[in-house]
Ligand binder design. Structure first.
Ligand SMILES: Cc1cc2nc3c(=O)[nH]c(=O)nc-3n(C[C@H](O)[C@H](O)[C@H](O)COP(=O)(O)O)c2cc1C
Length: 209
């Protein structure tokens, strides 16, 4: 497999073929790969919401500048940060490490205190920005995996986050939406798939010291 060929094949899909759905296996693979993304401390301070319901998606579309990907993609994979990130999340994480790696919780006390200290010391806005960064890393991993698997994606920030939170009932779940990956299969008529990539030359992008 030539990874650069796959990455050139990927493009931000504007027109999905609404008649084509990903199989459950394909969707699960994307979610498993996303779950394997690295995050600061390993804390994964976000949740992932998979939206498939057509009625919900019609409402969401109106809050996303009517972008057709919202209704025509196979699913929307929405990344949302936990607005109540607290010591409880750290405790859950510590318990998960303890169980997974068969390590006593007490021996993780230093790590636990370091994480709790870091979270506490950050003003809310900075904390949420830090959480969002972790979600974007996972988004990147999702999109690369999709490209390798021949699945189309469109990363999307062009939506009213407050409105999405309301429509999806995320506020009650103490979540706040950040970014979406629309996933599915491209339409043969999407003209964007034929356009050459516009990117900096490597010597413009990279400073070698
Ligand atoms: C964080 C992020 C948000 C984006 N939001 C949108 C969006 O709301 N709608 C859209 O059509 N494309 C969106 N894009 C796609 C970009 O416009 C696209 O990735 C860029 O123009 C490069 O083109 P390519 O991905 O096809 O190579 C977004 C991309 C990123 C990374």
């Amino acid at each position: 497999m030539d990874i650069l060929e796959k990455l050139n094949w990927r493009y931000a899909t504007k027109e999905f073929d609404a008649s084509k759905k990903l199989s459950e296996t394909q969707l699960n693979l994307l979610l498993e790969a996303t779950n394997l993304a690295p995050s600061s401390f390993g804390l994964q301070p976000f949740s992932i919401v998979v939206v498939e319901d057509n009625k919900l998606r019609e409402k969401l579309k109106a809050a996303a500048w009517n972008q057709p990907q919202i209704t025509d993609a196979s699913q929307l994979i929405l990344f949302a940060i936990n607005t109540d990130l607290s010591e409880k999340h750290v405790d859950d994480f510590i318990a998960r490490i303890s169980t997974t790696r068969n390590i006593p919780v007490e021996s993780l006390a230093e790590y636990e205190n370091m994480m709790k200290g870091s979270i506490k010391q950050l003003p809310k806005e900075e904390l949420q920005t830090w959480q969002a960064k972790q979600a974007y890393i996972a988004l990147g991993q999702l999109m690369v995996t999709a490209a390798v698997e021949g699945i189309d994606t469109c990363p999307m920030e062009g939506f009213d986050k407050k409105e999405f939170d309301k429509i999806l009932g995320l506020e009650d779940k103490k979540l706040s939406s950040v970014v979406i990956a629309a996933v599915g299969i491209r339409s043969a008529t999407d003209k964007y798939q034929a356009l050459p990539k516009v990117r900096k030359a490597l010597d413009e992008l990279i400073i070698k010291l």
